[in-house]
Design a protein around this ligand. Structure first.
Ligand SMILES: NC(=O)c1ccc[n+]([C@@H]2O[C@H](COP(=O)([O-])OP(=O)(O)OC[C@H]3O[C@@H](n4cnc5c(N)ncnc54)[C@H](OP(=O)(O)O)[C@@H]3O)[C@@H](O)[C@H]2O)c1
Length: 340
């Protein structure tokens, strides 16, 4: 016996990837419903070798469904997640709406799987921000060994992190630069994204940081350890899929680079590719479609007592969103619902 699973936002980047991953990982599905907005009613999406037609989320009855993977943005989530949860269907949500709610667990299964026990307070589980998810997979095993004091991270985030419109804007703008009669001014992003980088993701906060940067700070504390200090600079780059991060970590205890490399090699969800030669590291384009978080350029930071630098790359639509959500669904199934 398997599960009755809903994917809400099935026409979006993350929703489509959720369907791919549920099929790839042979999640025990008895029945699946794919939902989107009314305007997409009947749109066909793929699930393994099947083609499914989307239904309207607004009129969907969640009663009798075991779990719903949501990837529809905060506004729609606010309206529909409580309805699903009330009907007894556990929501695994990709938006930021519930991430900071103390009654909702925020889970990266490789890091804090035990937090799943708290799901029943609201029948909702939150999935972290894409840039946080890949970073904490790398931080956790190092923290367990040498206690992280402080993290300084700069991100290089792909346009798919801002949805379908972000992908279209990079594509159209790149073409328009080669064909200047067809000008495509910035719309989704605040400045030209083609052949450029933009140090601004999400809205500005009072202290001058952006909300994306704030999310990395707060989510790392909730998922790994509230004592870890994080300072982040988040940058949008003209890459379609795959986020990269340059991470500097300061530890309480000494950790040399060889041991850090060995720890990361054994860590769940991590793949170390770190040859000190031309091309001996992973770039975003190479991580697309992969499950792993890739770590390269592991080296001592000689400017502080206990410091390590590394380069972290992952598919933001997978570990940063859809894969993590499916891993949470697996965890929920194995530990709580126990049907599959
Ligand atoms: N992309 C990432 O790397 C990433 C990472 C972590 C979290 N997330 C989060 O995941 C969510 C989806 O992101 P995305 O990149 O997949 O966006 P997207 O490509 O723009 O897709 C949005 C999806 O939500 C649906 N939707 C929007 N409003 C709706 C409504 N009122 N009722 C029903 N369906 C509605 C859309 O349906 P229609 O096609 O019918 O409009 C579409 O299926 C967002 O909350 C985002 O913050 C994304």
């Amino acid at each position: 016996m398997g599960y009755r699973v809903v994917v809400a936002g099935a026409t979006g980047n993350v929703g489509r990837e959720m369907l791919n991953i549920l099929a790839e990982r042979q999640f025990p599905v008895d029945e699946i419903a794919v939902l989107a907005s009314r305007k997409s009613l009947g749109t066909e999406v793929s699930f393994g070798d099947k083609t499914l037609k989307t239904k309207d989320l607004a009129t969907f009855d969640f009663s009798g469904w075991d779990m719903a993977l949501f990837a529809i943005g905060s506004d729609a989530t606010k309206e529909y997640a409580p309805k699903a949860a009330k009907a007894g269907c556990v929501v695994i949500d990709n938006s930021s709406l519930y991430r900071y709610d103390p009654e909702v667990p925020l889970i990266v299964p490789e890091v804090n799987a035990d937090a799943i026990e708290g799901y029943s307070k609201k029948n909702i589980i939150a999935n972290p921000n894409c840039s946080t998810a890949q970073m904490v997979v790398a931080l956790k095993p190092l923290h367990d060994r040498a206690r992280i004091k402080r993290v300084v991270v700069s991100t290089y985030q792909s346009v798919s992190g801002s949805g379908k419109e972000g992908i279209d804007e990079l594509w159209d703008q790149t073409k328009s630069i080669y064909n200047p009669v067809d000008d495509k001014p910035a719309k989704k992003f605040t400045k030209q994204i083609a052949f450029n980088v933009i140090p601004h993701i999400d809205v500005f906060m009072e202290d001058g940081s952006t909300k994306e940067e704030w999310k990395m700070v707060v989510e790392t504390k909730k998922i790994v350890d509230p004592s870890i200090k994080v300072t982040a600079t988040c940058v949008r780059v003209p890459v379609f899929v795959g986020h990269a991060e340059s991470i500097n970590i300061e530890f309480e205890d000494h950790l040399d680079e060889a041991e850090a490399r060995d720890i990361l090699r054994e860590a769940p969800g991590v793949m170390v590719v770190d040859k000190r030669e031309d091309g001996g590291y992973v770039t975003p384009i190479e991580c697309v479609g992969d499950f792993a978080t890739f770590i390269s350029r592991i080296r001592q930071d000689s400017t502080i007592d206990n410091g390590i630098n590394l380069w972290c790359v992952s598919d933001n639509l997978r570990k940063g969103a859809a894969l993590n959500a499916v891993q949470i669904a697996e965890l929920l199934g194995n530990r709580v619902l126990k049907k599959g």
